[in-house]
Design a protein around this ligand. Sequence first.
Ligand SMILES: Nc1ncnc2c1ncn2[C@@H]1O[C@H](COP(=O)(O)OP(=O)(O)O)[C@@H](O)[C@H]1O
Ligand SMILES: [Mg+2]
Length: 219
Amino acid sequence: MSLLALEDVRVTFGHRVALDGVSLAVEVGERLVLLGPSGCGKTTVLRLLAGLAVPDRGRVLIGGRLAAAEGRLLVEPEQRGLGMVFQDLALWPHLSVAGNLELGLRARGTPRTDRRRRVRAMLELVELGELAGARPGELSGGQQQRVALARALVLEPEALLLDEPLSSLDLELARRLRTEILRLQERLGFTLVHVTHDPEEADQMATRTLRMDRGRLAG
Ligand SMILES: Nc1ncnc2c1ncn2[C@@H]1O[C@H](COP(=O)(O)OP(=O)(O)O)[C@@H](O)[C@H]1O
Ligand SMILES: [Mg+2]
């Protein structure tokens, strides 16, 4: 059984067809990269998997369970066991680094001492222990990136969905962070779905690459 699957999905926005006839399956532990130019539908695929969008046609399965079908959302985003990092990171500017990580655990009802312990351990893992009390605005781009990753990973997701999170960074820093993501994946064992328009990034990250073009998988 695949961890995540899309079956013949179609997504439209008004007259615009964002995805058409897309089927894919993500296996446990793999690092799948979706590679394609801007506008080809990569973000829409991740939003379907995360439960932030619903297909007009076709089905979404999470852990073998029907999660959305034919315009209906059947499993809420929080129930899917997935972490997602968007291109714009969406860190809370008024919260400290630790506060950003703690929020999801609190929403889940994790007791305070347990929250503190897990946040501290995760910040150590991404080498941000010293910056636990800083606000996102006081950090460099690369450090903010690591906070966003840590915030997703502290919830121990089955799979991590990365939507071009490195595209705003300079080349050298992006390369280093990719190595960091690979190290974390090896250490923590999550499944990775990574979206990019950059072939070099795909080469470095993927155990398998799928090409997309104009709303379809391009074989
Ligand atoms: N909320 C939206 N409203 C209207 N059109 C959208 C919306 N989201 C995406 N689209 C369109 O759907 C297509 C695929 O978008 P997207 O999945 O964001 O592509 P990518 O991530 O590969 O750049 C594009 O033509 C885009 O303009
Ligand atoms: Mg996109």
